[in-house]
Design a protein around this ligand. Structure first.
Ligand code: SF4
Ligand code: FES
Length: 254
């Protein structure tokens, strides 16, 4: 049943990377429990704008849980309290009248803050550029049925491909590691025949780039797995480690 709730928000406000940030308190009144978390922030921003104050900057795009653009830490949890849910798909029915909600940006050395809740996740794009692709040279696309892939392998590859590149795994990890993200990308391609020719170069280049960009190492805390909105499994990190070691010991890639 739709209800209307009133919340106290403590939101991280920071004008730019150089300024000092602080938590500011706002009251979110008459919030429908049918709203998404981002719609709730829209209502607060409308109010702030009417009062002549600066609205809260936050990232969003599809609002359908598929683009990976949204994201904030809600009461200490990336994307909020619901398992397997992006911030844009988190609904206000999961909160109660009178709740206090603390909203902060992703915090990681590799994700520079832009403003308020918006951070620069370009480092994930640079990881993809390092090797998260296959080279398709000239010629028509081969018929998919010519390359047989066992059903189980295809399922594992598609599960890994569900990663939307939101960066919640990095925000959740005490070491700000991007291993779950890189593990998902490397696994997706290493499992499929089309990804095999560049597998060694890919695993080597992506791991090196991850270190260069300032991401930490995996400490097996599994917080990434717990907070990933697409429920990417850490078995993908194990596969990344295997692919990396295989490349070091059994290939000519240096
Ligand atoms: S692995 Fe999960 S948390 Fe990390 S970027 Fe991909 S979808 Fe987001
Ligand atoms: S806005 Fe696209 S996943 Fe949330």
């Amino acid at each position: 049943m739709t209800k209307s709730i009133t919340l106290t928000l403590k939101v991280w406000r920071q004008q730019d990377p150089q300024s000092r940030g602080r938590l500011e308190t706002y009251e979110a009144r008459d919030i429908s429990t049918d709203m998404s978390f981002l719609e709730m922030l829209d209502v607060v921003n409308e109010q702030l704008t009417l009062e002549g104050r600066e609205p809260i900057a936050f990232d969003h795009d599809c609002r359908e849980g598929i683009c990976g653009t949204c994201g904030a830490v809600v009461n200490g949890r990336p994307h909020g309290p619901e398992k397997g849910t992006t911030l844009c798909q988190l609904h206000m029915r999961h909160f109660s009248d009178g709740d206090t909600i603390v909203i902060e940006p992703w915090r990681a050395r590799a994700f520079a803050l832009i403003k308020d809740l918006a951070v620069d996740r370009g480092a994930l794009d640079r990881l993809i550029r390092a090797g998260g692709y296959i080279s398709a040279n000239t010629g028509g696309a081969p018929d998919g049925n010519n390359i047989l892939v066992p059903q189980e392998t295809a399922e594992l590859a598609m599960d890994a491909a569900a990663c939307i590149g939101c960066g919640a795994c990095v925000a959740a990890c005490p070491n700000a590691s991007a291993m779950l993200f890189v593990g998902a990308k490397v696994s997706h391609l290493a499992l499929l025949p089309q990804g095999h020719p560049e597998a060694a170069a890919r695993a080597t280049a992506m791991v090196r780039e991850m270190d260069r960009l300032g991401f930490g190492n995996c400490g097996n805390e599994r917080e990434c797995e717990a907070e990933c909105p697409k429920e990417i499994k850490i078995t993908n990190i194990a596969r990344l480690n295997r692919e990396f070691l295989k490349a070091r010991f059994f290939s000519s890639v240096r």
